[in-house]
Design a protein around this ligand. Structure first.
Ligand SMILES: [Zn+2]
Length: 84
């Protein structure tokens, strides 16, 4: 299994809480991750995606290719965060 990062999870959780990032379970593996840990998206449809943790980036890419979703302007629902 790919590590999410070199820092322990509790440090990421503190960072996310302290700086106002979300802390939510990854839609693929279910492990919690923070909004500061990069932008890797699992597309729900052509215009909407859901952030996944770093460890699931490749899996998200594979699913996106399978579903023929390409990178574009996205709006991530759930946190009010917009990605262009
Ligand atoms: Zn994950």
């Amino acid at each position: 299994m790919v590590r999410q990062s070199f820092l322990p999870r509790w440090m990421h959780r503190l960072y996310a809480r302290f700086f106002g990032y979300f802390w939510l379970p990854c839609p693929i593996c279910g492990r919690c991750f923070g909004g500061h840990e990069g932008v890797h998206l699992l597309y729900l449809n052509a215009s909407t995606g859901q952030m996944v943790c770093r460890a699931c980036r490749d899996e998200a890419d594979r699913k996106n290719r399978k579903n023929r979703f390409i990178r574009g302007n996205l709006r991530w629902i759930g946190s009010g965060m917009r990605i262009r």
